[in-house]
Design a protein around this ligand. Structure first.
Ligand code: NAD
Ligand code: ZN
Length: 256
């Protein structure tokens, strides 16, 4: 099948770009078999949790303090969906671009670690990493391979208080150091910005795309759904991340 004009245009933009920002959300990992939270194929699209709570409440800072067992139940459910899953063509595509000499920055909301695993080195995982486990009381910290060996909720081997994953819960502040890194990257500027598989619900996820579009920098969105940024991007692909990026990669390699 011949690639569409849009795919060809994205491949040209990639070829010409030196600095690329790729903003990713749950949709890029959906193609590895991980459910999203909301949107197409979402884990929590059907409404409330078993306790009758919106998922944002179950996974909130306040709930973690008051009833950590509820938060942990859903954190563990999310971890369960990551088990045995691997990065896909979408994650590898950006690692490949970096290897080719382009400066690629990934801003991801995903906590699955797939961009690192695929080989990208400049990843700002703004919501953290589900396999980093920390104690807020004594600063104990470790990286686990899965939760299969953990009691849920797990307690700290040093001080016996309840541990938590090093992820940003709803109502929590973003990590200051990661925000500062993002700020630095944005100051240096980009000549191509992707937004892939995210509802762009959070302002820090939508804003870099809006700013780029305002400044005439090419922007590309890949999402089967329409989102808040769909009307402002230069190219909108109503498709799945992995399949679309595989086509872009094939086309780019032909030119390269
Ligand atoms: P979301 O679940 O709210 O939205 C996902 C988006 O991806 C939707 O717009 C949907 O239409 C789109 N999508 C679904 N399948 C797709 C595909 N194959 N290709 C491209 N797009 C596809 O997720 P969000 O807005 O990214 O983030 C909400 C929160 O959920 C974040 O805080 C994130 O940390 C968390 N989350 C992370 C993971 C993960 O680590 N893999 C998974 C689920 C949710
Ligand atoms: Zn401790």
């Amino acid at each position: 099948m011949t690639p569409s004009a849009n795919i060809k245009e994205i491949a040209s933009l990639v070829e010409d770009a030196n600095r690329i920002l790729s903003i990713t959300g749950a949709g890029i990992s959906a193609d590895s078999g991980l459910p999203t939270y909301r949107g197409v194929g979402g884990l929590y699209s059907q409404g409330l949790t078993e306790e009758g709570l919106p998922i944002e409440t179950a996974l909130s800072h306040r709930m973690f303090l008051e009833r950590p067992a509820i938060s942990w139940k859903y954190i563990a459910q999310i971890e369960q969906t990551c088990r045995g899953k691997k990065p896909n063509t979408g994650h590898y595509f950006f690692a490949e671009l970096e290897k080719s000499g382009k400066r690629v920055c990934i801003l991801t909301q995903n906590v699955d670690g797939f961009h690192h695993q695929a080989g990208s080195t400049n990843v700002i995982d703004i919501h953290g990493h589900i396999y980093d486990i920390v104690c807020s009381h004594c600063r104990f910290r470790c990286r686990v391979e899965s939760y299969s060996e953990l009691d849920i909720p797990p307690s700290c081997p040093r001080c016996r208080k309840i541990l938590r994953p090093d992820v940003v819960l709803f109502d929590e502040m973003l990590p200051v150091a990661k925000l500062a890194r993002l700020e630095k990257e944005l100051e240096k500027g980009f000549d191509l910005v992707f937004s892939i598989g995210t509802t762009s619900f959070f302002p820090y996820i939508a804003q870099p795309v809006i700013a780029a579009a305002k400044n005439g920098i090419p922007t590309v969105e890949i999402n089967p759904d329409r989102t808040a940024i769909s009307p402002i991007v230069r190219i909108k692909i109503d498709g799945k991340a992995a399949e679309t990026l595989r086509k872009v990669e094939d086309q780019w390699k032909e030119k390269h």
